[in-house]
Design a protein around this ligand. Structure first.
Ligand code: AMP
Length: 393
C-alpha cells in the first residue's frame, strides 16, 4: 500500500468494521475499528480521499436499519479525531455525489455492503458499480478474506495497477507467514478447542512447518482414546480415532514431537458447580468428563514453551469460560507471554484463543493477535484465500 500513489485519488478501502454491539445499541468492542486506523491515517496523511466500505452482520441482501453502519461511522470519526461522512447506500448516485464532495484527507463510510444481495453472491455488476467509486482499491479486511464476495475479491480485477493490501491485512499475512516459514526455531504450535474434526486439516498442514505440537482442549481426549486410554465421558469423536492415530504416526515420521496432556481436571457435569477431580489423562473414571488440562500438563507444556522461538496458538486448552476449568488456558497463555518476553515470536489466532488472551489480559504480551477467525483458520489449513489471491494474481 505504501508504494501506491494516492494523493488526490479516490481510494476505496474494504475494511472489516463489523463490530459487536451490546443490548443498549452501543459498540461493545472497538478492536476491528482500531485495527484498520493505521491504514486510514496513512492514506489521509498522503492526501487520499478515503472511501471505506464494510459489511455488518447478515442482513441477507436487504436493507435492515438494525445493521446500519451509521453509528460505526461516528465511532471511526471519534477515534480518528476527524469527521467521517456517511452515505445511506454503498452504490449509486447518492454515493457518487458524496464522493465528489470529498477533499484530500477526508474520510467517508458507505452503508452496509450486504444490504445488496450482489455482495455475498460475488456479483460482477455489483462489483463493477463499487469499482466505479474509486481510482485505487485497498483490501484491509482480513476477517473476510476467505470469502469470494464482490467487495473482497471480485472488485480487484478493476484495479489491475492500483490495488494493494491494507496495513492491517498485510501484518496479518506477514505474521502467519512468519510462523509457517520461520527460521527461528523451535516452532511450537498449541492447538486446542473442542473438536479434532475442525482442527485436523490445520494439524496436517502445520506438520512440515513446526517442531512441536501441544494438543489440549476437548480434542485431546480423542487422541488419548485413540492411544487406548480411558477417558470416561469426555468429548470424543469416535469417527476420528483412526485419523488421530494417523496424525500421531505422521508426526513421528516427520520428526514432530506431539505433546498430549499428562493429567486432566474432570467434572461429573458440564457445569461450574460440578463435582471435580484430577486424574491421569488416560484414567478418567466413568461418569466424569475432562474439561481442563491438569497441573502436571501445565508444568510440562510450560517447560516445552520455555524453549520456543516461534509460537502459534490456536484454541483454548480447556473450558476457559468456566472458572474451575480456566487454569490450563490461562497458565499456558502466561507461558506464551513469558516466551515472547524472552524473544520468541507469538501469534494467537482463530476464534476462542483470541477471546482467551483478552479475558486473561495477555493481548499486549504476545507478538500478534489475529483479527480474522475463520480466515485465519483457512490460511493455517493451507487454503488460498480469495481476498488475498485477488490482490496478488
Ligand atoms: P473451538 O471453537 O473448536 O476452538 O473450541 C473452543 C471451545 O472449546 C471453547 O468454547 C471451550 O470451552 C471448548 N473446550 C475446550 N476444552 C474442552 C473440553 N475439554 N471439553 C469440551 N469443550 C472444551
Amino acid at each position: 500500500m505504501k508504494d501506491l500513489e494516492v494523493n488526490n485519488k479516490r481510494v476505496l478501502v474494504r475494511v472489516d468494521v463489523n463490530v459487536p454491539f451490546n443490548d443498549q445499541g452501543e459498540i461493545s468492542d472497538h478492536s476491528r475499528i482500531d485495527a484498520t486506523l493505521p491504514t486510514i491515517r496513512d492514506l489521509q496523511s498522503r492526501g487520499a480521499k478515503v472511501i471505506l466500505m464494510s459489511h455488518r452482520g447478515r442482513p441477507k441482501g436487504k436493507p435492515n436499519p438494525d445493521m446500519s453502519l451509521a453509528t460505526v461511522a461516528k465511532a471511526i470519526g471519534e477515534r480518528l479525531d476527524a469527521e467521517v461522512a456517511f452515505v445511506v447506500d454503498c452504490v449509486g448516485k447518492e454515493a457518487q455525489d458524496a464522493i465528489t464532495q470529498l477533499q484530500p484527507g477526508n474520510v467517508l463510510l458507505l452503508e452496509n455492503l450486504r444490504f445488496h444481495a450482489g455482495e455475498e453472491a460475488g456479483d460482477e455488476d455489483f462489483a463493477a458499480s463499487l469499482a466505479e467509486l474509486g481510482d485505487v482499491y485497498i483490501n484491509d479486511a482480513f476477517g473476510t478474506a476467505h470469502r469470494a464476495h464482490a467487495s473482497t475479491a471480485v472488485i480487484a480485477k478493476h484495479f489491475p495497477n492500483a490495488r494493494a493490501f491494507g496495513l492491517c491485512m498485510q501484518s496479518e499475512i506477514d505474521s502467519v507467514d512468519q510462523v509457517l516459514n520461520s527460521n527461528k526455531t523451535p516452532t511450537i504450535a498449541i492447538v486446542g478447542g473442542a473438536k479434532v474434526s475442525s482442527k485436523i486439516t490445520i494439524l496436517k498442514n502445520l506438520m512440515p512447518n513446526v517442531d512441536h505440537i501441544i494438543i489440549g482442549g476437548g480434542m485431546a481426549y480423542t487422541f488419548v482414546k485413540a492411544k487406548g486410554g480411558k477417558v470416561g465421558n469426555s468429548l470424543v469423536e469416535e469417527d476420528y480415532l483412526d485419523l488421530a492415530r494417523d496424525i500421531l504416526k505422521t508426526a513421528e515420521e516427520q520428526n514432530v514431537k506431539i505433546h498430549l496432556p499428562i493429567d486432566s481436571v474432570n467434572a461429573d457435569a458440564f457445569s461450574e458447580t460440578a463435582k471435580t477431580n484430577v486424574t491421569a489423562i488416560d484414567e478418567i473414571p466413568d461418569g466424569f468428563m475432562g474439561l481442563d488440562i491438569g497441573p502436571k500438563s501445565i508444568s510440562h507444556f510450560n517447560n516445552v514453551l520455555s524453549f520456543a522461538k516461534t509460537i502459534l496458538w490456536n484454541g483454548p486448552l480447556g473450558v476457559f469460560e468456566m472458572a474451575p476449568f480456566a487454569a490450563g488456558t490461562q497458565k499456558v497463555g502466561e507461558s506464551v507471554a513469558q516466551s515472547t518476553e524472552n524473544g520468541a515470536f507469538s501469534l494467537v489466532g482463530g476464534g476462542d484463543s483470541v477471546a482467551a488472551v483478552k479475558q486473561f489480559n495477555l493481548a499486549d504480551r504476545v507478538s500478534y493477535v489475529s483479527t480474522g477467525g475463520g480466515a485465519m483458520l483457512e490460511y493455517l489449513e493451507g487454503k488460498e484465500l480469495p481476498g488475498i489471491a485477488a490482490i496478488r494474481n
